[in-house]
Design a binder for this molecule. Sequence first.
Ligand SMILES: [Zn+2]
Length: 439
Amino acid sequence: MKKRIINLILIFVLIVLGGILLWRYTPICANYYYNKGKLLYDAGNYNEAVSMFEQATNINPDNAAYTHFYVASLTKVEPTYFVQEKLYNISRSNAEYSAKSLAKSYVSNLRNEFLEGLEDNYIVRAVATSEIIHWNLEDFPIKVYIQKNDSIPDYYCKMVRSALKEWEKRSGFISFSEVKSESESNISVVFKDTPKGNCDKNGCPYVVATTEHNVSNKNVLEKMVISFFKTNPYGDDFLSNEIYHTALHELGHALGIMGHSDSSSDIMYSNNYKIYDLFAAYRPKLMDISQRDINTLTLLYKIYPTITNSKIKNKEKYIYGPIVIGNDDSVLQAKLIELKKYINKYPQISAGYINISAIYEQLGEYEEAVENLKKAYEFAKTPDEYFLIEYNYAIISFNSQKFEQAKEHVQKALSYREDKDVRKLLEDIDKIMSEIDKH
Ligand SMILES: [Zn+2]
């Protein structure tokens, strides 16, 4: 009898526990998190709202209001690495329209912010592969070993040291310290015998130095090794400025610029470059570090590295790489240039302004987008043109969270013609507005 009671109690407890566990995944629970998030959001507690909306969207990823407010709250908190990564991924996902476009325009603004003052760069070529490699800023100075070698002229090492100083001075954030043994170094500079027998009737391949990176199978950057040849292929010593300019270039690689610049005025330019080729021969062109080199390096060190030498403690202050390396925006910018040419040629055709406005909208530059829509309206003639103008106004209002206004434009658009994307937008707006009215 007693045993039976205990069994019954056990079963009861299990049912209750199971109920609690399952409840966490039910729509009621999702709505509970959403409502709690909404209260926090309205009160301006965005950080807490983020985690509530996140739980709601985890349970029900297809709910337009959940994702919309999840994204909206993410755009209101500090853009940490975590926030950037979430928004970037939503902007690329199949999330419903409003959340996706809001994330997209926010990411685009963030990108402009990150690039401010560093716009002139070759970061896409510099990283070249999917990996971001650089030394951990928290472990600076970078330790450099310069091999002592009696069979080379004194000025070789002197020139390498000048090149180290130049990178420090020009970058304003790189710092090196020289160490006595190769084993404790991050970057080591060594001098090797020049290979013989590489010459043919056209001459000899002229190589001053190469750089190799050693990365462990756990993606830890162990060392960068810059190897200078002791002489040129004809057996003569290199000139001091050949050593200096080559050292500048190879140090750029050793700092993490794995690829090459496409402009001959940068130290990281290589006329025989292949994007991935760190081992490419380098014929010095007596170039100095350019502002573009510095912009690229500065940007590189702001991006969270996928390969570095030690554990990074403060990940959240870094840029999520794809935001600045992803090339969506550069494609849009190129389109913008083309469209501006079109407008100059046909300044009285509405379509040109509509298209430009759509690009500005995708770039998150709403004011410019609206200016162009006004122009488009001025020259519009056909119902199709009016439809597109209203549709674009609706999207801009929606992304600015002006839902009433968005709805008006959607209805005007639908008065010109029926369209299923616009219908879908109207549904989203109604859903969100009804959710807002609840509070
Ligand atoms: Zn190179």
